[in-house]
Write a protein that binds this ligand. Structure first.
Ligand code: GLP
Length: 260
């Protein structure tokens, strides 16, 4: 694992965008895994400016997002469909038919049959197959939850898990309530790539900033590999890069990290 600590959020974001841009230049039809949340917004801003100022070309890039809330239509301003359009896709030359964000609307499905509903199960299988059709994800961007989750794989998620529906923990609902009017408005379920799905990406790029992520980063990088900290699975990956700012790295052993 390569852990690089940056002076601040902007420096971390510049580095994250540089890594992605270098992969696109090397392979114009890169299969790029994308994440939502506040953390990658700076990377997306940098990518937009590389597109505008240096002609970084997304026309052949194929994207797959990690997750989507269940029950929010794509036009809802807190859906991840909307987030991606608003924070990246509308400002780059991506081909809309190359964009994949998990479906979040499945009509009238009872909560009790969420895990077995054929519409949901078939969608999740299709999403996995679609990734395979493009040869798998070349590089996957990740954030990290305060409880160590990646995508919406909450603590306890199997390290071999695949794309499926997951119930959000109270901690995640509380953390994400800042984006909604009230905590009651935060969806309780999401479709998410599994930890096993994420681990199949050829390269992983996890970003973390702020003191609120320091415990999760310590557990992910130096703790045991355990389903209780899904991000710790990165220790088993062949090519995982972790970029942080200083506050997110305060609990790491100094000799482990490099400085960017
Ligand atoms: C959500 C997303 C994750 C993201 C996490 C952290 O739960 N599903 O993919 O990494 O939040 O969000 P933030 O970057 O806002 O701290």
């Amino acid at each position: 694992m390569l852990v690089v600590v940056h002076e601040n959020y902007d420096a971390m974001s510049r580095k994250g965008a540089e890594v992605i841009a270098s992969r696109i230049r090397r392979k114009p039809n890169l299969v790029l895994g994308l994440a939502t949340g506040s953390t990658p917004v700076g990377v997306y801003k940098e990518l937009i400016s590389l597109h505008r100022n240096e002609g970084l070309d997304f026309s052949k890039v194929v994207t797959f997002n990690l997750d989507e809330y269940v029950g929010l239509p794509p036009e809802h301003d807190q859906s991840y469909h909307y987030f991606m359009k608003d924070n990246l896709f509308k400002d780059i030359n991506i081909n809309p038919s190359n964009v994949h964000v998990p479906q979040g609307m499945f009509g009238d499905v009872k909560i009790s049959s969420f895990e077995t509903d054929p519409k949901i199960v078939q969608f999740c299988e299709w999403y996995e197959d679609e990734m395979k059709k493009y040869g798998g994800i070349d590089i996957q961007v990740l954030g990290i939850g305060g409880n160590g989750h990646i995508a919406f794989n909450e603590p306890g998620s199997s390290i071999g898990s695949r794309t499926r529906i997951k119930t959000l923990t109270e901690k995640t609902v509380a953390d994400n309530a800042r984006f909604f009017k009230t905590a009651n408005d935060v969806p309780r379920y999401a479709i998410t790539m599994g930890v096993g799905t994420i681990m199949e990406a050829k390269e992983l790029l996890l970003l973390a900033n702020g003191a609120g992520k320091a415990d999760a980063i310590k557990a992910a990088v130096e703790g045991p590999v355990t389903a209780m900290c899904p991000a710790s699975a990165l220790q088993l990956h062949r090519k995982a890069i972790i970029l942080t700012d200083k506050p997110a790295a305060t609990k790491l052993s100094a000799e482990f990290v490099t400085y960017g």
